[in-house]
Design a protein around this ligand. Structure first.
Ligand code: UDP
Length: 151
């Protein structure tokens, strides 16, 4: 099974959307295998967004993601990297379709409520950046036989 990293950003914590966002993943059948409320340091923020170091919005990005607590999570399931990204919706609010998290809750790119890994490599990198091995729990859900066609 594939794993991906997702994060409820500070604005969504303030807007009390944590439950709403996690509920969407649960209802889809995606399994939560890691979860924590945390305050990101500036150092962690810079590491997390290292690919954007040269972008004009980098300072705002670091400031925004450290402005309050975030909820970091590891999600597991078939094709979850792409599925979770699709559920999050497009980066630009005008492209984010209704029914996606950003499509339903975002008006400004800089306040786009959720981060999701964009590839297998970033999923591995981000999971390792935020979670220790022992913080990721290996368990079965009783519903799995009703979610997947198992061999
Ligand atoms: N961002 C921004 N202005 C931009 C582009 C991106 O503030 O013009 C922020 C936005 O919060 C976005 C994050 O930078 O979520 C990372 O950008 P990326 O292109 O990786 O988008 P994502 O993968 O989050 O959709």
């Amino acid at each position: 099974m594939e794993q991906t990293f997702a994060m409820v950003k500070p604005g969504a914590v303030q807007r009390e959307l944590i439950g709403e966002i996690i509920t969407r993943f649960e209802k889809k059948g995606i399994k939560l295998v890691g979860l924590k409320l945390m305050q990101m340091s500036e150092e962690l923020a810079k590491q997390h967004y290292a690919e954007h170091t040269e972008k004009p919005f980098f300072d705002e990005l670091v400031k925004g993601i450290t402005a309050g607590p975030v909820v970091a999570m590891v999600l597991e399931g078939e094709n979850v990297i792409n599925i979770v990204r699709t559920m999050a919706g497009a980066t630009r609010p005008s492209d984010a379709l209704p029914g996606t998290i950003r499509g339903d809750y975002v008006l400004d790119t800089g306040k786009n409520v959720i981060h999701t890994s964009d590839s297998k490599e970033s999923a591995i990198r981000e999971i390792n950046l935020f979670f220790k091995k022992e913080e990721i729990i290996n368990y079965s859900l009783a519903t799995e036989t009703w979610i997947y066609v198992l061999p």
